[in-house]
Design a protein around this ligand. Structure first.
Ligand code: ARG
Length: 561
């Protein structure tokens, strides 16, 4: 139940809408004061009264009932207390009605959100730098879907540029079919690296010629390109499967080559295109930015040009309400420029383009750090974490069945969670040991809590159960309900701020509250059948919502651990 809304609707403050009041309501860090508080100093100016007087007047006029049992004025704050029974029963009723769709909503119905994420580069390593975009985008995809939005996931492939000419040239000189087929993307990448190390002037010229051949539709050059592309996609596809992410479109940079001209014409028509040192640019000096280069002096398009064409194509094709770009903060300037250009072109939907920027992930483990020319492949990070998870499980629970399967969920989950747990803009250092700590702020901890719930529920099978709705809830039960009841707010917050960490934190916090309840309250050996019924339901709700929370983040939960 949305208590903030409930309280706000009953607070009668002249001239201030309920929605605003709801947004002012805070949850005090110490619940001794109350469950919600209105800081009245935020209203003082507009009401021309002191916060103390406002709090007292509002307190006197507030209609107390069994849902909100107290409204006390204290030092300019108005503190509300929620009725324990109504909180617990209200939550349980709603949970029983919605089950694992608790927190889902229809708020996004009729609206479309595009998410450009992962966006790998063909024939280049799929490295740890792609972890965040892939799992952040994947989480946002599922979260928006859960809120009823029509979501379109786009992998804006890096599949255009002179590097493909180089690749073909290298393949022709040093490569052979069997080797590439055997080595897959690694072999392809090795050719590219070798080209950059050893290429002669002659090969550079040859590479330019091959690139020209790709562009002009030459069959052999294009067949080779398509082959490299399919090898890359097959390779990353396996990783996407492990990370539980999917895409609705793989329209990459090359897709936009024949869609740039109308946009360039529009720029010209609007007088936005100017010449600068032979190049065609949009001058952004007024906005404190370097020029946005549309065409190089040799007439070639750029990454930025293709992105501009993609904006228009996406608006026309999907008529999005929001278009999110989940891309590292290194590209802050690129997106600021891009969005500005769309705005200068007079498109009101420029405001719906959002750069969801994130920080860098590096590894604590020195042995695998990025050395010159040596990148950390994401696949290796996943495999290594799964290996380590297997060792930890072996130690904790040698009798565990399906260890491989459990280790995959635990290990891959730990990598995903590691990238999602902190505010996305922060740079993070990933540590295998920390990520696999059963007692830490980790996915393993949450998964373990789910397994604990499952084992309690199993033990309860056939146990006598009374009426869950009669017992007076204990503080631990109330606290657990409050935490669980916060699930929809966490999901919504994660979507609104493009910040899955809000949901990841909800998972850890709620698992902690559950474990306190588990330690303090007897469940199987409950004092009465009624209490047992209540505690069973709470355990079921905790298990269901923690699982749902992790699933929205892309993390699976083993039955047993
Ligand atoms: N392939 C690019 C890179 O690895 C990311 C593309 C992001 N999406 C976009 N529409 N620019 O840096």
């Amino acid at each position: 139940m949305d208590y903030k809304k409930y309280i706000a609707e009953r607070l009668n403050v002249e001239g201030i809408p309920g929605e605003e009041l709801a947004s002012l309501l805070a949850v005090p860090p110490d619940t001794a004061m109350g469950d919600y508080a209105l800081p009245c100093f935020k209203l003082a100016k507009r009401l021309h009264k002191s916060p103390v007087i406002i709090a007292e007047e509002l307190s006197a006029g507030f209609p107390i009932d069994e849902i909100v049992t107290e409204a006390n004025a204290l030092n300019g704050y108005l503190n509300f207390r929620v009725g324990k029974k109504s909180l617990v029963h209200g939550f349980l009723r709603e949970f029983l009605e919605k089950k694992d769709m608790f927190g889902a909503s229809a708020e996004g119905n009729g609206k479309t959100v595009l998410i450009d994420y992962s966006s790998v580069n063909i024939a280049k390593p799929f490295h740890i730098g792609h972890l965040s975009t892939t799992v952040l985008g994947g989480a946002l995809y599922r979260i928006f879907q859960y809120l009823g939005y029509n979501v379109v996931g786009i992998n804006h492939l890096g599949d255009y540029g002179t590097q493909f000419g180089k690749l073909i040239s290298a393949y022709k000189k040093w490569g052979n079919k069997e080797e590439v087929e055997r080595g897959g993307i690694h072999a392809v990448n090795a050719l590219y690296v070798r080209f950059n190390e050893e290429a002669t002037e002659e090969m550079e010229a040859e590479a330019r010629e091959y690139f020209r051949l790709i562009e002009s539709g030459d069959k052999e050059a294009n067949d080779l390109f398509e082959w490299f592309k399919s090898l890359t996609l097959a390779y990353v596809g396996k990783i996407y499967e492990r990370l539980h992410v999917t895409f609705d479109s793989y329209a990459g940079e090359r897709f936009y080559i024949d869609k740039m001209q109308p946009v360039i014409d529009a720029l010209k028509e609007k007088g936005l295109l100017v010449e600068s040192q032979g190049a065609q640019v949009v001058d952004l000096e007024k906005y404190g930015m370097p020029p946005f280069i549309v065409l190089r002096s040799d007439g070639a398009s750029l990454y930025a040009t293709r992105d501009l064409a993609a904006c228009f194509y996406r608006k026309q094709t999907y008529n999005f309400d929001k278009c999110l770009y989940v891309v590292a903060y290194q590209q802050n300037l690129h997106f600021k420029q891009l969005f500005k250009v769309v705005e200068l072109m007079g498109e009101e939907w420029a405001k719906d383009l959002v750069h969801v920027a994130y920080g860098m992930v590096s590894l604590e483990d020195g042995a695998m750090s990025t050395r010159k020319g040596k990148v950390v492949w994401l696949e290796d990070v996943l495999s290594r974490c799964v290996e380590k998870a297997k060792a930890v499980l072996e130690e904790k629970n040698p009798a565990l069945e399906n260890k491989e399967e459990v280790a995959e969920k635990v290990g891959v989950g730990a990598v995903i969670f590691g990238a999602l747990y902190n505010n996305k803009i922060k740079d993070i250092v990933f540590s295998y040991d920390k990520a696999l700590n059963f007692d830490g702020e980790t996915s393993v901890y949450v998964q373990y809590t789910c397994a604990r719930c499952a084992s309690v529920l199993e033990k309860l099978e056939g146990a006598p159960l009374g009426d869950a709705f009669v017992a007076e809830p204990t503080p631990q039960e109330t606290a657990l309900c409050k935490a669980l009841d916060g699930f929809p707010v966490a999901v919504k917050g994660a979507a609104e701020g493009y910040e899955p960490s809000i949901l990841a934190r909800w998972c850890v916090d709620t698992a902690q509250v559950f474990n306190k309840f588990y330690i303090d309250c007897k469940i199987v050996q409950a004092e009465s059948d009624d209490i047992r019924a209540l505690r069973r339901l709470l355990t079921l709700a905790a298990s269901t919502l923690l699982k749902r929370g992790l699933a929205l983040l892309g993390i699976g939960v083993p039955e047993k651990m």
